[in-house]
Design a protein. Structure first.
Length: 201
């Protein structure tokens, strides 16, 4: 059984918690060589940057795993599971899209590309940058939008609980983003909307 989501970002024995989360994921999906490779690739890429999951001391990989697990609850492809694991690699690490394409193929690379923000600091303030990213996401495939919905759900769980100040900003930005994510899985869209509206702003 997958560990309770609430334990993912709780301080404590981070190594033991991470081992349980990773073990449960690999027990379920480890039969696919592509998924195992994507998991190890993402884990190592984020670890090289010293990334931890914000609000806890857990390795960053617990977030991509959570996103992949959410995607797996709705109609999906193997490429979508791989892209869910890799969705923050281009944005947050030294990996380039060409390496994703060479290692995982065109389908996974295209999904990861859609899931990568296009804005840069030089484009302006946060409002301007988020508008650019929203316009990019609006053109994404339904498969990429499904993964983005899973990303919003998992981030909402932790931000709403641990960072009320930033939650108000994140909530407003992602409620706007939902308007361009309607082509994603309808069940995950409803869960994302609930996650953004039921938690206190």
């Amino acid at each position: 059984m997958t560990p309770d989501v609430a334990t993912r970002d709780t301080a404590g024995d981070a190594a033991a918690q991470t081992a349980r989360i990773e073990g449960a994921f690999l027990d379920r999906f480890g039969g696919s060589e592509a998924v195992r490779t994507a998991y190890a690739f993402a884990r190592d890429a984020h670890a090289r940057q010293g990334q931890k999951r914000k609000y806890s001391d857990m390795p960053y990989i617990v977030h991509p795993i959570a996103v992949a697990e959410l995607v797996a609850t709705v109609p999906h492809t193997q490429a979508m599971i791989c892209a869910a694991l890799l969705h923050d690699v281009i944005e947050d690490t030294d990996v380039e899209l060409a390496e994703i394409r060479e290692t995982f193929g065109r389908d996974v690379a295209e999904l990861v590309d859609w899931l990568t923000d296009v804005s840069r600091p030089e484009h302006g303030n946060r409002k301007v940058r988020k508008a650019l990213d929203l316009a990019h996401t609006a053109k994404a495939t339904p498969q990429a939008k499904t993964i983005k919905l899973a990303d919003i759900i998992d981030n909402s769980r932790t931000i709403s609980r641990h960072d009320p100040s930033f939650w108000r900003v994140y909530r407003a930005e992602n409620l706007a983003l939902l308007d361009v994510l309607t082509e994603g899985d309808p069940g995950l869209w409803k869960k994302a909307k609930a996650a953004l509206t039921q938690a206190k702003a």
